[in-house]
Design a protein around this ligand. Structure first.
Ligand code: ADP
Length: 249
């Protein structure tokens, strides 16, 4: 299933915020081409984990290694292999989509920014939006442009935080197809958070559930559902949300 060196290896990550143990010893490895969902109820530690993987939050304990580069010492080299997009990241209002993407293609140091932008627009079927200004886009279109931006430099690891939260079902479908194609063609690894379990079942071959800052399950959607004796990921999510709620009380 996988080839080559592990893209992401996080070992024994711990992060404390005053009295809260946000992440309590997380191990996570992702191989090239793998599509992995990082799931769990609110407060489970997903965002804190993602921020540690991106080198934005420094772990109290543990090690993050991306494409063989260890954070924080080799963060720049590691991040050259990472694309990140989230529904909540803003786009400049007074730039056209093509200008915005070209700017990032240049920032990424691509040799041929123009063709890379056109290819990326085509890949996700949004060439018709290229001349639109940021402020002319719907929130779903903005999310989509953010994802296209994150794939411009053909990263080895693509991290997406709630990538399709504001998308119509047909656009979400397009995004999933585009992502699956990138992972298959480029061997890009995908790590994605979502609250939409149906979507995760469609996009990810593997899911990692966090609860209380710990990995409580790691496997295919079917394996994880069976492990908890539930019919599907929705059932697992609801079960864990209940547990998390009881812990918080
Ligand atoms: P999730 O993304 O799964 O909802 P988070 O990683 O955001 O979970 O949060 C995990 C726990 O850490 C929660 O209890 C949250 O309140 C706490 N937490 C997260 N970030 C901070 C912060 N900057 N300061 C204090 N507590 C935080």
């Amino acid at each position: 299933m996988s080839s080559g060196q592990t893209v992401l290896r996080a070992t024994a990550l711990v992060k404390r915020y005053r009295r809260t143990l946000a992440v309590a010893g997380v191990d996570l490895s992702v191989d090239p081409g793998e599509r992995v969902g990082l799931l769990g109820p609110n407060g489970a530690g997903k965002t804190t984990t993602l921020m540690m993987l991106l080198g934005v939050v420094r772990p109290d304990e543990g090690v993050v290694e991306i494409a063989g580069h260890t954070l924080p010492a080799e963060r720049s080299r590691a991040m050259a292999h990472v694309g990140f997009a989230a529904g909540y990241l803003p786009l400049p209002e007074r730039l056209r989509v093509r200008e915005f993407l070209t700017l990032f293609a240049k920032l990424y140091g691509l040799a041929h920014p123009g063709p890379a932008v056109e290819e990326a627009l085509d890949r996700f079927g949004i060439a018709h939006l290229a001349a639109n200004m940021g402020n002319e886009l719907s929130s779903g279109q903005r999310t989509l442009v953010g994802i296209v931006k994150a794939t411009l430099h053909r990263p080895r690891l693509l991290i997406l935080d709630e990538p399709t939260a504001s998308l119509d079902p047909d656009v979400a479908h397009k995004v999933r197809a585009g992502l699956a194609r990138i992972c298959a063609e480029d061997d890009t690894a995908l790590l994605v958070t979502s609250h939409n379990m149906t979507e995760v079942e469609r996009l990810c071959q593997r899911v990692v559930f966090l609860s209380g800052g710990r990995v409580v399950a790691d496997g295919s959607p079917d394996e994880v559902a069976a492990f908890f004796g539930r019919d599907d990921l929705e059932g697992v999510f609801l079960h864990l949300a209940e547990t998390e709620g009881e812990r918080a009380r």
